[in-house]
Design a protein around this ligand. Structure first.
Ligand SMILES: Cc1cc2nc3c(=O)[nH]c(=O)nc-3n(C[C@H](O)[C@H](O)[C@H](O)COP(=O)(O)OP(=O)(O)OC[C@H]3O[C@@H](n4cnc5c(N)ncnc54)[C@H](O)[C@@H]3O)c2cc1C
Length: 348
């Protein structure tokens, strides 16, 4: 017999986890299933150094995030911005006042702590990792979801409500619907860029934060690359900078790790005068549960989110991810806005 759950949430990124936390605390039953071998989705922190490889910041306007970190008793600190920044062009370097950047906050221990704490609020057995949803079928008054996991092969769950806490473009790419959804809906979902899905972060480790002692904040904006935007990423455990690449996913793929490391080291020496002792690169464009080929050349301007359809089969299937949020879409805050929307629809 196929197991039945009231609400099935698929995707244990921030939106799916937050929805699970809310359902559990209000006494509603659910099951949460995640394709990766870990919870967190785009949230990922290097465990040893505590530097974030995905999102690191939230901003004062992100009130749901502020409330959540407080609720989970997490400590936060302001992004380091003391000292000057650097503007790098083909004709040289220019010192710029760091006050040009908006104030932002980081979580002590990294954003992964947010994931750990949320996971502690829900029953262990209600989260299954390592199982990817492949097929969704509308059957009378319920939905049958088929998953594939390496351990179990194909298995199914039945539910009254299915919440896809997955970016719309990933839903359109990986999940088959029976009966098929209209081309219009699938095209809408495919056209929604998954925020930062084509990007990569390089974390640069140092023996000490040399830039701080030389009067620099660690912030640099570069027109020459390979890193386009660099920030201080020091934690209690390490001295570090991180940078977003100016190279596209396709350009990065053509270079080996050694070639990328050499280009980065050269750039960092020219900016701050010291070579990193170690470089870690996390390329989100290579992650099948975050990125598709459409994201590889996506523009870096923040898209307008929240205008596509987020409900099919008379509300039996809901979409819920940061890209579905009516405001702050793409950000961590958007993931919370979206899970709040889904929660209200589920309990009404
Ligand atoms: C490099 C980078 C830097 C960023 N920086 C910031 C920042 O500083 N501040 C900020 O606010 N935001 C930032 N963001 C955006 C932020 O990470 C996202 O808004 C947020 O994490 C989205 O959460 P989500 O739950 O909506 O989606 P996701 O985190 O993408 O979660 C979706 C989940 O669904 C799972 N999944 C996908 N397909 C399936 C399937 N078929 N079956 C089962 N599970 C599936 C995925 O594995 C994933 O766990 C950044 C993102 C990146 C990549």
């Amino acid at each position: 017999m196929i197991p039945h759950v009231e609400t099935l949430i698929v995707g244990a990124g921030l939106s799916g986890l937050h929805l699970a936390m809310q359902l559990h605390s209000s006494g509603h039953s659910f099951q949460l299933v995640e394709s990766r071998q870990r919870a967190g989705g785009r949230i990922l922190t290097d465990e040893q150094s505590e530097v974030d490889l995905g999102p690191a910041w939230f901003w004062p306007a992100h009130t749901n995030m502020s409330k959540l970190v407080q609720h989970l008793s997490l400590q936060v600190f302001a992004q380091f911005t003391q000292g000057d920044g650097i503007f790098q062009t083909a004709s040289g370097l220019q010192r710029i006042p760091q006050s040009l950047t908006e104030p932002s906050y980081r979580v002590v221990g990294g954003m992964g702590k947010l994931v750990d704490r949320i996971c502690q609020t829900i029953p262990v057995k209600s989260l299954q990792i390592g199982a990817a949803l492949t097929h969704v079928e509308h059957q009378d008054d319920q939905v049958k979801a088929t998953f594939y996991s390496e351990k179990q092969g194909n298995f199914c769950l039945l539910c009254n409500k299915l919440v896809l806490a997955i970016p719309p473009r990933i839903v359109a790419k990986h999940i088959k619907f029976s009966p098929a959804l209209s081309t219009n809906i699938v095209e809408q979902w495919r056209s929604v860029p998954t925020w930062m899905a084509g990007h990569a972060k390089a974390v640069l480790y140092f023996d000490k934060a040399h830039w701080r002692t030389s009067g620099f904040s660690g912030f640099a904006f570069s027109q020459t690359g390979p890193l386009a935007e660099i920030h201080d990423a020091c934690t209690e455990n390490c001295a570090a900078l991180f940078g977003f690449f100016g190279l596209s996913a396709d350009q990065r793929r053509q270079l080996s790790k050694d070639e990328l490391d050499n280009l980065i080291s050269k750039q960092i020496v020219s900016l701050f005068g010291h070579r990193p002792t170690q470089i870690r690169i996390h390329d989100w464009a290579k992650e099948e549960f975050t990125s598709t080929a459409l994201d590889h050349s996506s523009a870096s301007l923040h898209p307008q989110y929240g205008s596509h359809s987020t409900s099919v089969w008379d509300g039996r299937v809901l979409l819920c991810s940061s890209e579905c949020a009516t405001h702050h879409g793409g950000y961590l805050e958007g993931a919370l806005v979206s899970s709040n929307q889904a929660y209200r629809l589920l309990i009404q």
